[in-house]
Design a protein around this ligand. Structure first.
Ligand SMILES: [Zn+2]
Length: 277
């Protein structure tokens, strides 16, 4: 069995909020155009790494595909795989079991047919393990890890296919410094920046400027989204979570602070939660 080892060697540096306050932007959640020239990578027959049988509240055993193993056909031509665990002490940012997988290439997504998936976002496969990384999935925004345009965060489905039911939580203590039309931004006390998108915005548990503690309720998973003209267009029921941290490339590129892949940080936080730590 192939097993990837997560690397956790990057110290968190204080970082400034470098986005303009206001409406959290998210071209990253815009479904990408159909790309017929993309050849899906060969199927990976290796089973996902099984940890020591961590079981969720429904009795299901948690498992996950390694970081960088995106669903076939969803990755831009080149991605740099980010295996970093940026913080080993965050609270998992949601209550209940959750399912981290693609909103675009799984059932109910705009590219579902590419992998012979159907039109129903409530398909049980969407609400099952293993998790699958969707950072860098083909989107409109260029960034360091996926320069040809990739998803800037990860998408997480709540415990059930129901909106306005399941709570997203603050991963760390900090300040809710910006609330936009479909997102909430948290600046953690240690400098980590988080963005929560698609929450039920008329039923948030926080207000702008509020100090929160780790584990405090922020808002409920929903499907709130707007098109480029500002018209409401519901997305699938999920939380899009962005995280900005310091990153030290090993290829000679200079260190930077920007959006990084939260995947392994979330895997480890979820394992701690299931282990009751
Ligand atoms: Zn997303």
């Amino acid at each position: 069995m192939k097993r990837q080892i997560a690397v956790s060697a990057v110290a968190a540096l204080a970082l400034a909020a470098c986005d303009t306050p206001g409406t959290p932007d998210s071209p990253d959640d815009t479904p990408p155009p159909v790309d017929d020239t993309d050849d899906p990578p060969p199927a990976d027959d290796d089973p996902p790494p099984l940890e020591d049988a961590l079981v969720d509240e429904n009795g299901q055993i948690f498992s996950y595909h390694p970081p960088g193993e995106l669903i076939p056909g969803s990755a831009p031509p080149t991605i740099l795989v980010d295996t970093t665990v940026y913080d080993s002490a965050i609270t998992f940012p949601a209550e209940g079991p959750v399912y981290l997988n693609s909103q675009v290439y799984m059932s109910g997504g705009s590219q579902a047919a590419l992998n012979a998936k159907g039109p129903n976002q409530c398909d049980p496969e969407n609400y099952s393990y293993p998790w699958r990384d969707n950072f860098c999935e083909k989107r409109g925004r260029d960034q360091y890890f996926c320069a040809q345009g990739g998803h800037t965060g990860v998408d997480i489905r709540p415990a059930t296919c129901a909106k306005e039911t399941h709570w997203a939580l603050a991963p760390e203590a900090g300040e809710i410094y910006d609330i936009g039309t479909y997102g909430v931004r948290l600046m953690a006390d240690d400098g980590t920046w988080y963005q929560f998108l698609h929450l039920q915005m008329d039923d948030l548990a926080v207000v702008e400027g509020q100090e929160v503690v780790a584990g405090q309720r922020i808002g409920k998973f929903s499907n709130v989204f707007f098109d480029s003209n500002g018209n409401p267009v519901p997305t699938t029921i999920h939380l899009h979570l962005d995280m900005k941290e310091s990153y030290a490339p090993t290829n000679g590129d200079p260190p930077f602070i920007d959006r990084v892949n939260p995947y392994m940080t979330l895997v480890k936080a979820y394992e701690r939660k299931l282990a009751g730590e």
